[in-house]
Design a binder for this molecule. Structure first.
Ligand SMILES: *Cc1c(COP(=O)(O)O)cnc(C)c1O
Ligand SMILES: [Zn+2]
Length: 383
């Protein structure tokens, strides 16, 4: 393992590697941003290993990138990652782009990018003797955890918002999860989960609490680069809720540059819904009001984002851009993805294409190339 320690995004405090570490103790009790820890590596030592591993390694799941992960063992969890990167020339032409690719995360075991983080969480939990995991979720993280725990035969406790759809509940019950439906929204379910997790000594699969989960999510960026022959494209677009996913993509992209597999980093484009866009506002230095708007983009309807500092750091490092789109724009994009790319995405994930159309109105995308991360593919309704 090449992990050298953990560093707090909020106060900068450094800690030794501890597989049971969650958020920064020095920052606990603070209002506002939590002290999310970041896993640090010795990149000069990892460099030789990552190059040789990629040559002789037959794995195609997230553990293909073991030298850049916080575990040295694998235990045979459901295979997450290894998803296709699909060139879509018709959509590229419509946007005036030189090329466009979809990273099809709908092909993961539970149809969502969340499986990458779950694979690492379940591996670490089992390696350290836990028999139960928990998470708070608008649906996808919970379903992901439920699937992976079912496969391992271990306990799964999920905390979901009141407004969760029947389809998502059915998935959870099929997998046999212990489901707690909150009387409130995702943010309330999150607080309930943390309390129950601490009381019962379960292992956390909350991505903005357990620092090791972002490491699983970042493998999507590592894969994209490898699939493109280490030729970095200009833009990577992803939907933003808590900020873990796009923050992880930023981290993974910087790491490939640090180990000299790539010669630059892509610009990150983060997309939120108009109704719930706290991170767009914050990135642009505007006041964030807690407004009561609703959106069908449930997987990113996060009013109190928990990994804001990480996301903002990566956005600045990549000279990225954040924007918000309406549900009408997302709906049109979801239809286009099916009709012109043959990919059925969940509503939230189509925000990427809607965001790129909006970006094309404010700046020229000529001679640029982009990757959309199609984060999930489970539909909650007819579309
Ligand atoms: C969780 C999720 C996101 C956003 O990820 P964050 O880490 O919360 O920013 C985007 N799309 C889908 C489908 C998701 O489930
Ligand atoms: Zn701290």
């Amino acid at each position: 393992m090449f992990v050298t320690g953990l560093r707090c995004f909020r106060c900068g405090a450094k800690y030794e590697m501890d597989p049971k570490a969650y958020t920064c103790p020095a920052c606990s009790g603070n209002r506002g941003d939590e002290g999310i820890l970041d896993v640090q590596y010795d990149y000069s030592a990892a460099k030789a290993m990552i190059h040789s591993t990629l040559h002789k390694n037959g794995r195609h799941d997230v553990f293909r990138f073991l030298p850049l992960l916080p575990t040295s063992k694998t235990i045979g969890v459901l295979p997450a990652g290894g998803t296709p990167l699909i060139p879509v020339s018709g959509l590229a032409a419509r946007l005036g782009l030189q090329s466009l690719f979809l990273k099809d995360e709908t092909r993961n075991p539970t149809r969502c990018l969340k499986d990458r983080a779950t694979a690492v969480a379940v591996t670490m939990a089992r390696a350290h003797g836990y028999r139960d995991l928990y998470c708070a979720s608008a649906g996808n993280a919970a379903i992901s955890l439920a699937g992976f725990c079912a496969h391992q035969g271990i306990g799964c406790h999920v905390f979901v918002p009141r407004e969760i759809s029947q389809t998502r509940l059915n998935w959870l019950r099929r997998y046999g999860a212990d489901v707690h439906i909150s009387t409130g929204n995702y943010d309330q379910a999150y607080d309930e989960a943390e309390q129950a997790g601490a009381e019962n000594g379960w292992y956390s699969r909350n991505c903005a609490f357990n620092p090791f989960l972002v490491e699983g999510k970042k493998t999507v960026a590592l894969e994209i680069s490898e699939q493109l022959g280490w030729q970095v494209r200009d833009l990577i677009v992803a939907p933003v809720g808590d900020g873990c996913t796009l923050g992880a993509i930023g981290k993974g992209s910087r790491e490939l540059n640090l180990v000299r597999l790539t010669d630059r980093i892509p610009r990150l484009i983060g997309v939120q819904s108009e109704a719930v866009q706290p991170l767009v506002k914050r990135y642009h230095g505007e006041a964030v009001r807690e407004d009561g708007g609703t959106t069908q983009a449930e997987s990113i309807a996060v009013r109190r984002p928990r990994n804001a500092l990480r996301l903002l750091y990566e956005m600045r490092a990549s000279h990225g851009h954040m924007l918000a789109v309406s549900d009408e724009q997302i709906s049109a994009a979801q239809r286009l993805l099916a009709q012109e790319a043959g990919v059925v995405s969940e509503f939230t994930s189509a925000a990427t294409l809607a965001g790129l159309f909006q970006l094309a109105e404010s700046e020229s995308l000529a001679n640029q190339s982009a990757v959309l991360v199609i984060t999930g593919g489970r539909l909650d309704c007819d579309f």
